[in-house]
Design a protein around this ligand. Structure first.
Ligand code: LMR
Length: 398
């Protein structure tokens, strides 16, 4: 039976990591997958994660199953991180949170939930977006469409296009927005622009889904959820898919959360029961370790403070690297406008490198970039910066 099946193409992002691993060139550079690298090119385990693991090793006495929605203590920590203690969402208990397998798991459970409970819904995705977004919704049988987001020639937000697009989305549909550090463009709305987006979403009566994979990488842990707090207070139902892969460096632990903010506690309980059905039919219940690390750090004031400092170090390194990269490319007179690199935030920027230039970088220089032209700025360091810029100059030159 299986002989008739044809091979699937490699994943646009994870497939490149496999190719990178197999490349024998000692000077190879990986700017593809969104994994933070420190100045030495290594992906660190955060100090607070080390410490939490040591504490957990002393107290962990059993490995029995977690509940379907994961640990309730973890859920409480996630909600506090998203909304703060004073938001009315906390006092009214009108949100539910389930622990999920990373942010991707949260998005997949969202898709299953929408398919089962809002069968006519279409999910609108930014153009461009993370390539796995359409794949996840399609796999769950949920249709997707695109809204305008990015002005490729200026490297800025297409704000007018965004508002117009949202205004044309049919009431009752869902719109997926990136909470901060838009993947792949690195371009986020300003606070004023967010306010206009939130107003438009409320006026159109849409269901916003926020993909929050980089909390802390744009401006800080609290500023990066400002838009979420606005949405949670504006009277719409809201879905948030959090990931702790990047801001805790817990990539392989697959730790994330799905939070739904509803009209009142009773609706939240009903929604939670449906989310549990989706999880039970998918992976039954989540793994415990990553969630326990996050809970340990977030519930201890001293660890929490140290965590914020470690996130700030990662954020600052990326920001400085962006400035240096923009400066170097400009000095080398590389064709194109690279000033926008310095203004964008988070790990990613969408360069104007064409697929054939990306292929040349890979084949001739062992530099790995997603074919859309997306680079992971966190993969650049003092050792590879000059080689990278010279290669970009070579492939973009006459
Ligand atoms: C990325 O966009 O590189 C990350 O979110 C990792 C992934 O799973 O694609």
């Amino acid at each position: 039976m299986f002989e008739t099946i044809s091979a699937a193409p490699p994943d646009a992002i994870l497939g490149l990591s496999e190719a990178f691993r197999n490349d024998p060139n000692p000077d190879k550079i990986n700017l593809s997958i969104g994994v933070y690298q420190a100045a030495d090119g290594k992906t660190p385990v955060l100090d607070v994660v080390h410490e939490a693991e040591q504490r957990l090793a002393l107290v962990n006495k059993e490995k029995t199953y977690l509940p379907i929605s994961g640990s309730p203590t973890y859920a409480a920590c996630v909600q506090k991180l998203l909304f703060g203690e004073d938001h009315d969402v906390m006092a009214t208990h009108r949100a539910m949170t389930a622990q999920t397998l990373g942010g991707t798991g949260a998005i997949r459970v969202t898709a299953d939930f929408l398919k089962a409970n809002l069968p006519g819904v279409t999910v609108w995705l930014s153009q461009p977006t993370w390539p796995n977004h359409p794949s996840i919704f399609t796999a769950a049988g949920v249709p997707t469409k695109s809204y305008s987001y990015f002005n490729a020639s200026s490297g800025e937000l297409d704000f007018e296009g965004l508002l117009q697009s949202i205004g044309a989305i049919p009431a009752g549909d869902a719109i997926l927005l990136h909470g901060c550090c838009h993947n792949p463009t690195g371009v986020d709305p300003s606070p004023d622009q967010w306010q206009a987006v939130v107003d438009r979403i409320r006026d159109r009566n849409l269901v916003p889904i926020i993909d929050l994979a980089y909390q802390g990488f744009a401006d800080g842990i609290v500023p990066d959820v400002a838009a979420i707090r606005l949405l949670a207070g504006c009277g719409v139902d809201l879905i948030i898919c959090s990931s702790f892969s990047k801001n805790f460096g817990l990539y392989c632990e697959r730790v994330g959360a799905l939070t739904m903010v509803t009209a009142n506690q009773s609706v939240a309980e009903t929604v939670a029961s449906q989310v549990k059905q989706c999880i039970r039919a998918n992976y039954s219940n989540p793994p415990a370790h990553g969630g326990a690390i996050v809970t340990t750090v977030l519930s201890d004031p001293e660890l929490r403070l140290r965590w914020e400092k470690e996130v700030a170090l990662m954020r600052d390194r990326i920001h400085k690297t962006r400035m240096l990269l923009a400066e170097k490319l400009q000095k080398l007179h590389v064709p194109g406008n690279y000033a926008f690199l310095a203004r964008q935030r988070g790990m990613f920027s969408l360069t104007s490198l064409t697929p054939s230039q990306v292929d040349m970088l890979r084949n001739q220089y062992s530099i790995y970039i997603v074919r859309s032209g997306r680079i992971n700025v966190a993969g650049i360091n003092a050792q590879n910066m000059d080689r990278l810029c010279a290669a970009i100059q070579a492939v973009t030159g006459p």
